[in-house]
Design a protein. Structure first.
Length: 307
């Protein structure tokens, strides 16, 4: 949502795409630094999916339980006490998390209330997530841009891939996503509900789990406009001239709330995550919420479903 005097829209679509790509490329180093700062704030207590399971790295000693095979006893540790102990290893099966950043033209909007565009905030959130998840040993991929990797420099790789991707619609092609993966989609999610429903159905059919983060500018939430105003869709170019914008406020808010509730309901039914983030708020807030959803307990539930 933007008044026409806030939007610089080149007449040539090719030039607009080129300008957008250059803007992303020039700002990416700063966005990566910001993402690392945000990730460091949230990193306290983040251990990815670390827990006992198949692997070669020592995890912990625990008391021997009646009925377990005797070969599981660690006799050296048990000799130091009056009870038997089992040596547990750390579970090392990497989980695949796919990231998707909305790169459509509507994401280039940012008001004075926030001081940052929706696109830049979506990139910071995604890079911070890549950094956090890589620390936990997860495999990170970028839909349409990068195959999953367990490398510690996943955030840098995602940033590099984003610099070379053209502008794209909110809803990515999920053909490469496999069962029990996680997909994190960050965008404004203002597409028609019918299109979003079709995308959700396609992803749900793969057996993957999704986490949708709706990024909005505070102006898009409050609709503070008044008087004569022209509104322009940055993607289609459609313009709407109204005489008294304040008369549209209540209806606009009602439609936005209904759209959001419909998305939240679809995610609840599938056991997915739906978050709303405003660009005038701290980016650590959605990261903390996503950390809870990507915790070891959630991973254990995925493994239970797989067995």
């Amino acid at each position: 949502m933007a008044q026409s005097d806030r939007l610089d829209r080149p007449d040539d679509e090719g030039s607009a795409a080129l300008l957008a790509a250059r803007s992303v490329a020039s700002s990416m180093p700063d966005l990566l630094v910001e993402a690392r700062r945000v990730a460091a704030t949230v990193a306290m207590g983040w251990h990815g999916r670390r827990r006992a399971g198949p692997g070669e790295t020592f995890w912990e000693f625990r008391p021997f339980e009646t009925g377990e095979p005797a070969h599981r006893v660690d006799w050296r540790r048990s000799a130091r006490d009056d009870m038997l102990f089992v040596r547990e290893q750390e579970w090392e099966a990497a989980h695949t998390v796919w990231l998707s950043v909305d790169r459509s033209e509507s994401m280039a909007f940012g008001s004075k209330l926030a001081g940052v565009t929706k696109r830049d905030r979506a990139i910071v959130l995604s890079l911070a997530l890549a950094d956090l998840l890589a620390r936990g040993g997860e495999r990170i991929g970028l839909i349409d841009g990068m195959r999953p990797t367990a490398s510690r420099d996943a955030a840098e790789r995602v940033a590099s891939a984003l610099m070379h991707l053209p502008a794209a619609s909110t809803l990515p092609d999920t053909g490469a996503v496999r069962r029990f993966s996680d997909v994190i989609l960050v965008g404004d999610l203002l597409d028609p509900l019918g299109e979003i429903d079709a995308w959700i159905e396609g992803l749900a059919a793969t057996g993957a789990r999704a986490h949708l983060v709706q990024v909005l500018d505070p102006i898009e939430e409050t609709f503070p406009f008044g008087g004569r105003a022209e509104f322009r869709d940055p993607e289609s170019g459609t313009a709407l001239l109204v005489g008294r914008a304040e008369r549209w406020r209540d209806d606009y808010r009602r439609v936005l709330a209904a759209h959001r509730e419909a998305l939240a309901d679809r995610c609840r039914r599938l056991g997915w995550t739906f978050l709303v983030h405003h660009t005038d708020r701290s980016p650590t807030e959605p990261l903390l919420a996503l950390r809870a959803r990507l915790s070891p307990a959630q991973g254990a539930e995925s493994l239970r479903r797989a067995s």
